[in-house]
Design a protein around this ligand. Structure first.
Ligand SMILES: Nc1nc2c(ncn2[C@@H]2O[C@H](COP(=O)(O)OP(=O)(O)O)[C@@H](O)[C@H]2O)c(=O)[nH]1
Ligand SMILES: [Mg+2]
Length: 211
């Protein structure tokens, strides 16, 4: 993907406020502070278009970004931050589920895991929903710069075990060193292509039905 232009489109909480979904879309999900916004910025070569934060968890908004006027990138609200009020925590599940099943042009969700944390309830919940709604999922282990190369395997195995995904399913990434950036883009390109084909097939089936 050649990045020509990027911009913030809007924030929304419910479908009536989402931007129109004419374009293919990729969303980024994971717990608060896992590095969603940082990954997005690295992917689009911007320092801080997507706001990163050291006091995570207060925003419960779905943030939409435009790439090249062709693709929509979505920063989904995080979860798992202890200091968030219960009322806000309760909104997260319905907000994410509604997004996942109503966004028909969603080509993939990039699901982030912190290399230093064993996935918990909400992570596994989210993986279940992605499966339920048949959303192609790209698992990424981030902050890989935080562990030395020799300790990587030992750190990553519990994440694979907890999620039930094979080790090879994970792309290792660091927003600091940009390791893994190209691999994430390759996987996104594949997902985009597959979704475009699927939509093309649907479109021609519709046209056949009409003619
Ligand atoms: N060392 C390191 N720090 C990171 C990485 N990705 C994110 N961070 C830091 O982790 C914090 C949270 O990142 P952010 O992208 O805002 O997480 P989000 O809440 O998931 O959007 C920030 O202080 C980032 O600078 C990474 O790959 N390596
Ligand atoms: Mg963020």
């Amino acid at each position: 993907m050649i990045i020509k232009s990027t911009s913030f489109v809007k924030s929304a909480t419910r479908p009536s406020n989402y931007p129109e979904s004419g374009r293919l879309e990729i969303a980024f999900a994971g717990r608060s502070n896992v590095g969603k916004s940082s990954l997005l910025n690295v992917l689009i070569n911007r320092k801080n278009l997507v706001r990163t934060s050291s006091t995570p968890g207060r925003t419960q908004l779905i943030n939409f970004f435009d790439l090249n006027g062709e693709l929509t990138l979505v920063d989904l609200p995080g979860y798992g931050f202890a200091k968030v009020p219960l009322a806000v925590k309760k909104q997260w599940g319905p907000m994410i589920r509604t997004y996942l099943h109503s966004r028909t042009t969603l080509a993939a969700v990039v699901m982030l895991f912190d290399v230093r944390r064993v996935p918990r309830e909400e992570d596994l919940q989210l993986l279940d929903w992605l499966e339920e709604f048949s959303v192609p999922t790209i698992p990424v282990i981030t902050k890989i710069d935080k562990v030395s190369r020799i300790k990587r395997h030992k750190q990553i195995q519990p994440i694979a075990d907890a999620t039930g995904l094979p080790l090879e399913a994970f792309t290792l990434f660091s927003a600091l060193t940009k390791e893994g950036r190209d691999e994430v883009w390759e996987r996104l390109d594949v997902a985009i292509e597959e979704m475009a084909e699927e939509m093309g097939a649907e479109l021609s089936a519709d046209l056949d039905a009409e003619s």
